[in-house]
Design a protein. Structure first.
Length: 119
């Protein structure tokens, strides 16, 4: 079973930047899209950003203009550059991948990485 492994989380101050990374355990892992979600305490996971390897990206309104998703299809890797972080961005961030179209769900999930933003 392919695993997704996130890294790059940590504790930062408001206004700082972080870059999250996610890589699949197998380079030959073919996907149609990879995405980032986050989970606030007591809430369900929420969509943050997505990259479709055909060339499109999408974002939740709360992160537009501050976060940038990118990736390397050949490496089965996805990144999330987070700038101007706010305390309300504090959450566990998960990467996800799908091998199915249309994209309605994600079959593969990482274990999550904690991002904490202090005021």
């Amino acid at each position: 079973q392919v695993q997704l492994v996130e890294s790059g989380g940590g504790l930062v101050q408001a206004g700082d930047s972080l870059r999250l990374s996610c890589a699949a355990s197998e380079r030959a892992f073919t996907t149609y899209a990879m995405a980032w979600f986050r989970q606030f305490p007591g809430w369900e996971r929420q969509f943050v950003a997505r990259i479709v390897w055909s060339g499109t990206t999408s974002y939740d309104d709360s992160v537009k203009g501050r976060f940038t998703v990118s990736g390397d299809k050949s490496e089965s890797a996805v990144y999330l550059q987070m700038n101007n972080l706010k305390p309300e961005d504090t959450a566990v961030y998960y990467c996800a991948a799908t091998q199915r179209l249309p994209i309605t769900d994600y079959e593969y999930w990482g274990q999550g990485t904690q991002v904490t933003v202090s005021s």
